[in-house]
Write a protein that binds this ligand. Structure first.
Ligand SMILES: NC(=O)c1ccc[n+]([C@@H]2O[C@H](COP(=O)([O-])OP(=O)(O)OC[C@H]3O[C@@H](n4cnc5c(N)ncnc54)[C@H](OP(=O)(O)O)[C@@H]3O)[C@@H](O)[C@H]2O)c1
Length: 347
């Protein structure tokens, strides 16, 4: 690349959550960006970013043009179980990735950064912990299975010469997130709105794990450039693992409410009462962005026998977490709640 000439990044999944953080950071880092989603151009995209709407699962035709001239592909497009059927998950993860890696190999990108998932490890077969990226994955659900088949398509292309890295993030939170921790934040907002005095939480703690979207974006850009990083997968999880009780306490405190531990299950408001409060909040101007889950605090109950993951591979590349310890993650959650309040995603 001649000095002074910006490298071109192709970002897929540009209408999704993570891309809203990745694209601005790439531009700030001096990259030129071409973005692609399935829907039309998102309003937030800066005018200097070229945008192409493409269904990556529809076939390879056109994808070479999409990859043409790209130095690096950041492949964020995918579909999760919260919002898609099993068939859509297969199409948007496995078929889409297979098509895109074929095109990227033909046009010859310098690096292909694939957004995988720790769901590939599964939750049923116990794995040695902390889980290393080199273990044989045993995905237990449809999403994990689709993400693993998509990742295998990347490794097959890598065996044929595509310089690829794979990120395996856990549940991601931060401004713009609409599910997982976001849904738990909505649950606290609902109970605060409904006038509950305290947030009830089952006393038996569940160990959880999180990562801030700023770290996902930070790792993606870091691994796009880190020398010798290709050919490997990298777990991406904050090294501090909160318990469900700690996380509920953190959320409740940000709504100025105490937490009460209880042995009663289910704790807190009933589904009917939660739904009624949620509908009143929407009628009073709250934006319907965050996913309402029928199960209260669904995210806080996600026990996983393979919860602990090694991040040694990532740290050995020189990456430093921005939101890695308890204090920084607490700040990250508080900032996220402020962001939701400012946009009336919660009231
Ligand atoms: N968010 C998390 O907690 C998390 C955790 C681990 C891994 N991941 C992985 O990280 C990636 C990005 O996550 P995210 O939260 O940003 O996802 P998201 O908000 O659900 O966005 C998904 C994106 O993929 C695009 N897409 C889906 N199917 C497509 C297709 N057939 N052709 C072209 N584009 C398609 C969507 O386009 P349209 O909206 O225009 O249809 C959208 O831009 C995904 O691969 C996900 O599996 C996410």
């Amino acid at each position: 690349m001649p000095p002074g000439m910006a490298r071109l990044a192709l970002v897929t999944g540009a209408t999704g959550f993570m891309a809203q953080h990745l694209v601005p950071d790439l531009i700030e880092g001096g990259w030129k960006v071409r973005a692609s989603g399935r829907r039309g151009r998102p309003a937030w995209l800066p005018p200097e970013v070229a945008y192409e709407a493409a269904d990556l699962a529809a076939g390879e035709r056109g994808l070479e043009a999409l990859c043409d001239g790209a130095d690096t592909v950041f492949h964020l497009a995918g579909a999760t179980s919260s919002l898609s059927s099993a068939e859509q998950m297969h199409e948007s993860n496995v078929v889409a990735t297979t098509n895109l890696v074929a095109a990227a190999r033909t046009t010859g990108v310098r690096r292909f950064v694939h957004m995988g998932s720790t769901s590939v490890y599964g939750e049923e077969v116990p794995l040695p912990q902390p889980v290393l990226e080199s273990v044989e994955p045993h995905p237990s659900r449809g999403y994990g299975k689709a993400k693993w088949l998509a990742e295998k398509a990347v490794w097959a292309a890598a065996a044929d010469g595509l310089p690829a890295v794979v990120l395996r993030p856990v549940s991601v939170f931060g401004p713009g997130a609409v599910k997982l921790l976001a849904s738990a934040i909505l649950d606290v907002a609902i109970e605060s709105f409904a006038g509950r005095r305290a947030i009830d939480i089952e006393a038996a703690p569940v160990e959880l794990r999180l990562v801030h979207v700023a770290d996902i974006v930070g790792v993606a850009i870091h691994l796009a450039e880190a020398e010798g990083a290709e050919g490997q997968a990298y777990n991406v999880v904050a090294p501090w693992y909160p318990s469900s009780v700690e996380l509920a306490g953190m959320l409740a405190a940000l709504f100025a409410m105490p937490v009460e531990e209880t042995d009663r299950a289910p704790a807190g408001l009933s589904l009917e009462a939660r739904r009624e409060a949620w509908e009143t909040m929407l009628a009073s101007g709250m934006q319907k962005e965050i996913l309402f889950t029928e199960e209260r605090f669904r995210f806080l109950k996600k026990a996983n026998r393979n919860n602990r993951l090694s991040v040694d591979a990532l740290l050995s590349t020189g990456y430093e977490f921005r939101y890695g310890n308890e204090s920084d993650l607490t700040t990250g959650v508080a900032e996220t709640i402020d962001w939701y309040r400012q946009r009336r995603w919660i009231v």
